[in-house]
Write a protein that binds this ligand. Structure first.
Ligand code: FES
Ligand SMILES: [Fe+2]
Length: 349
């Protein structure tokens, strides 16, 4: 029987961790799109990623250690090259045993650092060993120190997490609070969208005046919101020459769990000062979304038919189309054709 197709976008870079999470000499464990992965650094600081399951008897490497740029399994001490995933030593073998250890291989994942963000490439072909033909996303601000970082595991498939993230209509209901907005402040919005690399953008605009938080920035801020596959949303706010980049990554752990990570990068002096307050607000927002996901699961477990309406859910439709087109373009070995056309979307929120 053919294996069912993955429900995740593949042959693509996923956000895996922040640079500071992976210290030289330490191994950490992450799980991305159903793959347990151990991340570490070699002596020269270079990042590597191996499947976190020892091919001998399945112990996780992340509980072991790094010895001379090899990963040592904590169970029987087998060692695997950090570069290739090939077994380099089996301590239990006696002198004269000609077992070819390098035939034993652990899956090796391309890993890349871009500023303070760490990306791992998940190929559709589990034996993929080359260099990916696409680059992870690049953000200039990601080179500056992260001002705040918050993560939450949502109890849902990545598709629901992404759609929730880009859903413009839930704000006045899920994030209703005196300092933000209420159902009473709802009004009609019209925003211009355009296609972007592997996604789309809400073109630069001045945010609505009912967003009190923006007023704290001083000056007239210009905001641009982008989304790209597999689940990267950025909101870049510029005031004069200064920038705030709010980076959100939605990374599937497995079919039923998704990690959402939010990181702020900024060179605005006022915002650096206000970070502790912003943190409280952002944490609250994320947990409100998490609570709604849990409520939604009460219905989703009955596998009901769902609806996407125009224009409030148009971005969700685009996400589905982009994801489908990405998979098709890869399997047909042809360039990706962005299904999004420039359009003004109108909704009330
Ligand atoms: S389980 Fe890893 S060396 Fe035995
Ligand atoms: Fe939300």
């Amino acid at each position: 029987m053919a294996k069912p197709a993955s429900t995740f976008a593949l042959d693509i870079w996923y956000f895996a961790a922040l640079k500071s999470d992976v210290k030289t000499g330490k191994l950490i464990r992450v799980e991305i799109a159903g793959e347990p992965i151990t991340l570490g650094r070699k002596k020269d600081g270079k990042l590597f990623a191996l499947r976190d399951i020892c091919p001998h008897r399945a112990a996780p490497f992340s509980a072991g250690r790094i010895v001379d740029d090899a990963v040592e399994c904590p169970y029987h001490g087998w060692k695997f090259s950090a570069d290739t995933g090939a077994c380099t030593e089996i301590p239990a073998l006696c002198e004269g045993n000609d077992m070819q250890t390098d035939k034993i291989k652990v899956r090796h994942f391309p890993a890349r650092e871009q500023g303070n963000l760490i990306w791992v490439y998940i190929a559709s072909d589990k034996r993929f060993a080359g260099a990916p033909d696409i680059e992870p996303p690049h953000f200039n601000m990601a080179g500056t120190p992260p001002r705040m970082r918050d993560s939450l595991v949502l109890n849902c498939h990545v598709d629901h997490a992404v759609i929730g993230l880009m859903d413009p209509a839930h704000g006045p209901f899920v994030h209703k609070q005196w300092w933000w907005r209420s159902a009473k402040s709802m009004h009609e919005k019209a925003k211009k969208f355009e296609p972007r690399e592997l996604g789309f953008a809400m073109a630069a605009h001045s945010p609505s005046s009912n967003s009190f938080a923006y007023k704290l920035l001083g000056g007239k801020p210009i905001t641009e919101i982008t989304f790209r596959l597999p689940g990267i949303r950025t909101e870049e706010i510029k005031v004069g020459k200064r920038t705030l980049l709010s980076f959100t990554a939605v990374t599937p752990i497995d079919e039923n769990r998704t990690e959402i990570t939010q990181v702020f990068f900024t060179d605005m002096p006022l915002l650096k000062l206000l970070t502790p307050i912003l943190k409280i607000g952002a944490r609250k927002f994320l947990r409100q979304d998490g609570h709604m996901v849990d409520l939604q699961q009460m219905g989703l477990k009955y596998d009901p038919t769902l609806m996407l309406i125009e224009d409030a859910d148009t971005q969700a439709k685009w996400y589905h189309r982009i994801k489908k087109e990405w998979a098709a373009s890869r399997s047909e070995k042809r360039p990706f054709v962005n299904p999004v056309k420039a359009k003004t979307l109108r909704w009330r929120s």
